[in-house]
Design a protein around this ligand. Structure first.
Ligand code: MCA
Ligand code: AMP
Length: 505
């Protein structure tokens, strides 16, 4: 029986010459494949020495670094469940995630050790390590005492590999449970679908606490034994400087618009590149066209979710159609249904549903929510609204879930409205997404103050900033006497979007 542990497949793809460079960082550090092999073995042995239960979660909130990536790979090879957390999350958010996931191990940055360890120990976590982007911290110190060889744990397709929190449109976040099989099948599918080949070099400039950077980009390079040019933060000038040494780049639309804003971007610097992938948020047709005009490259747009990894992709060979997310990936079935659950003919707009090997197992400890989000015949309801044309191309036209995607991050209005409505001077609030030239879409808050309360928008924003991740903070806040409602009394957010759509143009 082959071991379906994802790390077994990734390490099997390491090049024969283990002393070749696997990762080159933007501050000049080089890591060989042998370094990856040894360091992940030592960290896996450290995890193995803690006497953790099978399926134990390892929650990680650290700045992006090669060592952070090694911690992810070590968690896989040790057979535990990796739980990445956005570095922008604050106390309240971390308290929720640790309370919900009950990780056996937490790894945080040294700067946050004080408050994170308090939350973790109170939630029953027995091991809290630290890891800084300069490689200091207790994690590597402890791992250094362990052997640098390790037998990869045996995992089945259905064994959990990671939990990714993707907030609910109604309140708190849900942990999407992804298995080794979900991740491995998607990595193998994308390797073929995107023409990965000998000699490819990936520019990795995305965060590694979300699917795009942690799975699509990282697995893409590793399962092809490809070198990565590793950027701890996205800086367009530095990325452009390295494009001549690379062949593949993946980004959210904001990365593309920021690259286009650089005069250095042109056909010369991109002449060795063979593939630019965009996803996580809609790529505007103007960006798609501007990129082709400036660089001669046609961006390949694809569609995915934390719950499903990648679902659809424009073809590597064949027509890449701007404004679409391409065709269902091999092994993936997509369908469009109306609210009554009836299949819609080609070209008609409805709810996108999906079935396939990379669709997740369900939401962590939320069986009822999981049941709600699958149809009786086992299709997952994406919450995205779109159509499939007669050539099979999928177009996403909107969302039935109340969601703002800002710079590629998901922002859930319900979560922010909850915090606003809890503030003493607030009677009610609504947060809506409006177009934004850099982030694509940003949140705007519209607030009804309590009668007689003296409320200042900047005070509300400051209060939110002390509690929520910075990217979630509405970019503007307006006070109003009332909110537009439909006959059911539901706030008509579409009217608020319409009213404020020119705010950032
Ligand atoms: C930063 N800021 C933002 C965002 N990022 N505001 C709104 N939306 C954002 N995404 C704000 C900060 O709050 C801060 O404001 C100011 O910008 C500067 O913060 P900084 O961190 O320095 O920003 P940045 O370095 O310019 O980051 C922008 C970014 C980053 C590079 C576009 O957002 C990013 O890496 N996005 C990629 C997200 C991603 O990986 N998505 C994939 C999800 P202030 O100073 O006021 O605090 S996976 C997914 O969606 C599915 C599965 C899929 O299909 O891939
Ligand atoms: P997440 O919640 O982080 O898993 O984000 C998944 C959501 O991102 C999907 O349900 C879509 O709404 C959105 N998304 C991902 N890729 C694209 C894309 N290429 N175009 C439009 N929306 C996208």
């Amino acid at each position: 029986m082959p071991n379906r542990n994802l790390f077994a497949a990734l390490s099997a793809a390491f090049p024969r010459d283990l002393d070749a460079v696997a990762v080159e960082t933007d501050n000049g550090l080089c890591y060989s494949w042998r370094d990856l092999e040894r360091a992940t073995a030592m960290i896996a042995n450290l995890l193995g020495s803690l006497g953790l239960e099978p399926g134990a979660r390892v929650a990680v909130q650290v700045e992006k670094s090669v060592e952070a990536m090694m911690l992810y790979l070590a968690t896989l090879r040790a057979g535990y469940v990796f739980l990445p957390l956005n570095t922008a999350y604050q106390k309240g958010e971390i308290e929720y995630f640790i309370g919900n996931a009950e990780p056996a191990v937490v790894v945080c940055s040294p700067a946050n050790f004080g408050w994170v360890s308090k939350i973790a120990f109170q939630a029953g976590t027995r091991h809290v390590f630290t890891l800084a982007e300069d490689r200091t911290g207790s994690l590597l110190q402890r791992a250094a005492q362990h052997p640098d060889t390790h037998q990869v744990a045996v995992s089945g397709d259905d064994d959990l590999a990671a939990i990714l929190y993707t907030s609910g449109t109604t309140g708190r976040s849900k942990g999407a449970m992804l298995t080794h099989g979900n991740l491995l099948s998607n990595a193998e599918t994308l390797k073929t679908a995107w023409g990965w080949r000998e000699g490819d070099v990936l520019i990795h400039a995305l965060p590694i606490f979300h699917v795009h950077g942690l799975f699509v980009a990282l697995h893409g390079a590793l399962i092809n034994g490809s070198k990565m040019l590793w950027f701890a933060r996205f800086e367009p000038k530095k990325v452009i400087e390295r494009m001549l040494d690379a062949t593949v780049f993946m980004g959210v639309p904001t990365l593309y618009t920021r690259l286009l804003a650089e005069s250095r971007l042109n056909k010369v610097v991109t002449r060795n590149m063979r593939l630019f992938v965009s996803g996580s948020a809609p790529l505007l047709l103007e960006t798609f066209n501007a990129w082709q005009e400036r660089t001669g490259h046609v961006i390949l747009e694809r569609y995915g979710m934390s719950e499903t990894v990648m679902l659809a992709s424009n073809p590597y060979e064949g027509e890449r159609r701007g404004g679409t997310v391409g065709l269902p990936l091999p092994g993936v079935s997509l369908r469009v249904r109306d609210d009554a659950g009836r299949d819609l003919p080609a070209g008609e707009i409805g709810g996108i549903q999906v079935r396939g090997p990379s669709v997740f197992k369900g939401y962590w400890r939320m069986p009822e929510k999981t049941r709600e989000d699958f149809t009786d015949d086992g299709w997952f309801k994406t919450g995205d609204v779109g159509k499939i044309d007669d050539r099979g191309y999928v177009t996403i036209v909107g969302r039935s879930k109340d969601l703002i995607i800002s710079g590629g991050y998901n922002v859930y209005p319900a979560e922010i409205e909850g915090y606003l409505n809890d503030m003493p001077g607030v009677a009610e609030s609504a947060v809506v997404g409006v177009p934004h030239p850099d982030f694509g879409e940003v949140g705007v808050a519209v607030v009804i103050p309590r009668p007689g309360a003296s409320v200042e928008p900047e005070h509300l924003i400051a209060a939110l900033k002390s509690q929520l991740a910075n990217f979630k903070i509405p970019k503007r806040c307006f006070l109003v006497g009332e909110l537009p409602r439909n006959t059911m009394g539901k706030v008509q957010k579409n009217l608020l979007r319409e009213q404020h759509k020119a705010l950032f143009q």
